[in-house]
Design a protein around this ligand. Structure first.
Ligand SMILES: [Zn+2]
Length: 304
């Protein structure tokens, strides 16, 4: 049982929309009300899920969604963009590029098939390099590119300083395994330590999983360093990324959802040990193929 998605008011007029269980393509969105228009942070992966999200917004406020901010380009956060034709879609320059490059959803055999519904590609069309400030009435919402590849090449956060609230996107998943294949492990560590932690936000809306506090930063940092350790030892022993993953004891991370991401993460870890630039494209087909092999040769489980 996945449970019912829910809008949770984390501060007056600021909502997290949490979708259990937070596994592949089941993301969190959020929204900020006030000032006559709603700011939406991300959309969902399928037409049905995005419709349910929009219904949840409408149940809370009569204000229209006028601004949509994408935290990064991945489809679980952007495929539903097209269902907000009245909104200005905002994102990092590279978020736009990557949404366009990725195209519409399709069942490729990587994941168990998903009923995506009728969706078209709708990339951000107001883009920024470093960041932009959105206002919900008098409430300042700082949108900031994190400065380096981390989860992807185009991660942004939304910080509401007056309320100590942070929408962290997938830089901080909670209860599901972080995924760095398309970004950088070293970059993600740097961002968590030097960008996210200093904000001192007391309420964090993770990209996946329940609303939490700053403790999630250390949880995720622990995993990222674990991946670096496994990669370094695997390299030393001459193991492939797949074999290093198979031999690794995931310990306390074994219970996190989508644990097969260790394989993709090790592909990235190996590339970084070999001197790859942060976010440099690596062989995704090989990495995803190894994830499926690790998963017993079956497509990865997706409940979206
Ligand atoms: Zn996500």
């Amino acid at each position: 049982m996945l449970g019912t998605p829910q809008a949770v008011e984390v501060s007056e007029g600021i909502y997290a929309y949490v979708q259990p269980d937070g596994s592949w393509y089941i993301n969190n969105t959020g929204f900020v009300t006030g000032g006559g228009g709603v700011i939406s942070i991300d959309t969902c992966s399928t037409r049905r899920r995005t419709r349910a999200y929009l219904d949840a917004v409408a149940a809370v406020t009569g204000e229209p969604i006028r601004t949509l901010l994408n935290t990064h380009h991945h489809g679980d956060h952007t495929y539903g963009n097209c269902l907000l034709p009245q909104a200005t879609i905002v994102g990092h320059d590279r978020c736009r590029t990557e949404v366009l490059a990725s195209g519409p959803p399709a069942n490729l055999g990587i994941w168990t098939d998903v009923d995506w519904g009728d969706l078209t590609v709708a990339p951000p069309f107001l883009t920024y390099h470093d960041g932009v400030t959105l206002w919900a009435g008098d409430l300042r919402c700082d949108v900031r590119y994190v400065g380096t590849p981390a989860h992807t090449t185009n991660d942004s956060i939304v910080h509401v300083p007056d309320r100590s609230v942070l929408f962290a996107g997938d830089l901080l998943p909670r209860g599901s395994t972080p995924f760095l294949l398309m970004g950088s492990i070293a970059g993600a560590i740097e961002v968590l330590e030097d960008v996210l932690r200093p904000l001192g936000a007391q309420v964090i809306i993770p990209g996946h999983g329940p609303v939490c506090g700053p403790e999630v930063i250390d949880e995720v940092l622990g995993y990222l360093r674990f991946v670096q350790d496994v990669a370094a030892r695997g390299r030393e022993q001459g193991l492939s990324a797949l074999d290093a993953a198979r031999q690794a004891d995931l310990g306390r991370y074994a219970g996190w959802l989508d644990s097969e991401r260790i394989v993709g993460n090790l592909h990235r870890g190996y590339a970084e040990l070999d001197g790859a630039e942060r976010g440099q494209p690596i062989d995704l087909i090989a990495a995803v193929g190894d994830m499926i092999t690790y998963n017993g040769g079956r497509p990865l489980t997706c409940h979206a």
